[in-house]
Design a protein around this ligand. Structure first.
Ligand code: NCD
Length: 308
């Protein structure tokens, strides 16, 4: 794809070649992301960071990425502080804001909201999470993490656990990994399993997809366990949430029964699904993963602004 001027909305828009290009540019960004080198690649460019849902990593890493490349940031963080609360449409909001900046990053609770805004925006829109839908920039930093940690993607067995129904990060990552040669295991209790649409899509493409509700069994042969938070805010049935909120906990003991070099990934925030005794083991990749949001978002900003 031609990245210059492109919106980043859904992982399905990328070919394997596109993904390799993003990984290559992200890798080049590492020294700048770490602050070891400086850059003015995006000098005079403005990012509008519109976060209408809670966010720590996605918003701050977008902002830090822009600033590391010499650009500037304007932002609004809550619907109540923007004219959306007065009833303004997403289209009008996007149209106007796109005349104030060069690129927009948006998170919004509604499925499809980023695409709606992209349709009205005169500048690239990067989807930072549209409700239970997609989170493409997270999937890209997850992919970058896998490359950094494992040196490859093809041939790996990737297990995903937790809230596979409402977790947009696992929806995006599972589909993105559909460009590689991996084995999937989806681990979730009844009520929060991976949507059938995604499972069917992967099986139709010829992937092996194992489905289980047994965490230990599902992790046993995995090279990667990608764990997720139960997305309380998206449950209509809070009784169901209470019932399943603590059924899966990854701890040191459980990891000792897995492959010796298994890595644990998590988009964060974690609540209680990974115990802190895992943090100082060689398995824990989640804090490095959170850092990789910076080089990957730097790459995406530079690419859509035609500077990479
Ligand atoms: C996730 C999200 O917002 O989808 N966090 C993130 O972006 N790193 C995961 C979550 O909220 O559980």
């Amino acid at each position: 794809m031609d990245f210059k001027g492109a919106h980043i909305l859904h992982v399905n828009q990328f070919t394997r070649e596109d993904l390799e290009k993003i990984m290559e540019v992200s890798k080049k960004m590492l020294p700048i992301a770490k602050g070891e080198e400086t850059s003015d690649l995006l000098k005079d460019k403005i990012l509008a960071a519109l976060f209408f849902e809670p966010s720590t990593r996605t918003r701050l890493s977008f902002e830090s990425a822009m600033i590391r490349l010499g650009g500037r940031v304007i932002n609004t963080t809550e619907v109540k502080f923007s004219s959306l609360i007065k009833g303004e449409s997403l289209e009008d909001t996007a149209k106007v804001i796109s005349s104030y900046c060069d690129v927009i990053a948006v998170r919004h609770p509604e499925l499809g909201s980023a695409a709606t805004m992209a349709g009205a925006s005169d500048v690239p829109v990067l989807n930072g999470g549209d409700g239970p839908g997609q989170h493409p920039t997270q999937a890209l930093l997850d992919l970058f993490t896998i490359y950094q940690e494992k040196g490859k993607v093809d041939g790996l067995h990737v297990a995903m656990a937790g809230d596979l129904k409402y977790g947009r990060t696992v929806h995006s990552l599972a589909m993105l990994l559909g460009n590689f040669d991996v084995t999937f295991t989806f681990i979730a209790p009844e009520g929060i399993r991976m949507p059938g649409k995604i499972v069917d899509h992967l099986r139709d493409k010829g992937f092996t997809v194992n489905i289980t509700d047994d965490l230990a069994e599902g992790m046993k042969d995995a090279d990667i366990i990608y764990d997720t938070r139960i997305q309380k805010e998206r449950f209509q049935d809070l009784e169901l949430f209470e019932k399943i909120k603590s059924v899966y906990v990854i701890d040191k003991k459980l990891l000792s029964k897995c492959k010796e070099d298994i890595i644990v990934m998590h988009p964060l925030p974690r609540v209680n699904e990974i115990t802190t005794d895992v943090d100082d083991t060689k398995h824990a990749a989640y804090f490095r993963q959170a850092f990789y949001g910076i080089p990957v978002r730097m790459a995406l900003l530079a690419m859509v602004l035609g500077k990479a």
